[in-house]
Design a protein around this ligand. Structure first.
Ligand code: BEZ
Ligand code: FE
Length: 312
């Protein structure tokens, strides 16, 4: 039989929120308090378990520095990052789907020319990636910016490797007058997210593997359009169905075709055998998502009014 405090405490805590608190903050704080209290009522943690949770969050924070973001990783493996992504990018199907940013994005990647090599000097299987950046009306977007990053053939990002001498396996490039981009790199491989911290411990306790399927990261932007943060995944990867961060969407899985043709490789500035993939990114005008949400809300209100008047 719950005691009185178990029943009344949630409302008492919420009642302490100042009337003058900024409305959005108030809504977030209220919901957080309700869900946390419901969680405790549901699980009824022992005091030892609650302290374990506090120690876990403390260790998660302590693992963070300018190169390591254990909280992003935690949010990723719990599916929270993809849920935040989903509620913020309700695609109408016309735009390129988004996925997690991940903890390894770094500002200030070196600019390379269209067709350049973002993996110069790194061992791996040569790959050539090309495509276009388009608007939702199918108009090519010249001068669109692609920010690219990937791991090396052993599955490590530059920030995970000591002494890489700067930003590696990262690049920025712009589409040409026809909205086209092309670059050379190495074929990405599947890799484990870092498991030497608290997130590794909980993955282990959950009995989950830490693997991400092979992918390239893209942040695609153009003035007046919504930026798309996404990946291209390598078709056939064994972890596509069980990505540790739940980031795979079918529309982002791409065939990296293997070719042994020396002539084809030469055209791409590579040597055979090499892999090639092609993909068009589609951006929607900035503000289109808000308009779409407003239209959906207004449609919902209208159909509820219609239902109500049909009843009467
Ligand atoms: C990544 O793809 O770089 C990544 C995403 C989420 C967690 C860890 C790594
Ligand atoms: Fe990655």
């Amino acid at each position: 039989m719950p005691n009185e405090l178990e029943v009344t405490l949630t409302d008492a805590v919420i009642a302490r929120l100042a009337d003058g608190a900024e409305p959005r903050f108030r809504r977030i704080a209220q919901s957080l308090i309700r869900h946390l209290h419901d969680f405790v009522r549901d699980v009824e943690p022992t005091e030892e378990e609650w302290f374990e949770a506090i120690k876990f969050l403390t260790a998660t924070g302590q693992k963070c520095d300018d190169k390591r973001q254990e909280f992003i990783l935690l949010s990723d493996v719990l599916g929270v990052s993809m849920l935040v992504d989903a509620v913020n990018h309700r695609s109408s199907g016309a735009t390129t789907e988004t996925t997690v940013l991940g903890p390894f994005f770094v500002h200030g990647a070196p600019e390379i020319e269209n067709g350049g090599d973002m993996a110069a000097g790194w061992p791996g299987e040569p790959a050539y990636v090309s495509g276009r950046v388009l608007s939702t009306e199918g108009r090519p977007l010249p001068g669109a910016l692609l920010d690219l990053w990937q791991s090396n053939s052993e599955g490590n990002y530059d920030v995970q490797i000591a002494d890489t001498g700067g930003k590696q396996l990262r690049a920025k490039l712009r589409t040409d007058a026809d909205g086209c981009f092309r670059f050379r790199t190495i074929l990405p491989t599947s890799y484990p997210v870092p498991t030497d911290g608290p997130v590794g411990l909980i993955l282990n306790r959950m009995g989950r593997h830490p693997m991400r399927p092979a992918h390239l990261h893209f942040m695609v932007s153009a003035p007046g359009y919504e930026t798309v943060v996404t990946h291209l995944f390598v078709k056939g990867d064994p972890y596509l169905e069980s990505d540790v961060v739940f980031g795979v969407k079918d529309s982002l899985v791409v065939d990296f075709r293997r070719s042994e043709s020396q002539a084809e490789a030469q055209k791409a500035g590579l040597t055979a055998p090499f892999y090639s993939a092609s993909y068009d990114f589609v951006l929607r005008p900035a503000g289109a998502a808000k308009q779409q949400a407003a239209r959906a809300a207004s449609d919902a209100v209208q159909s509820s009014v219609r239902r109500q008047s049909e009843k009467e």
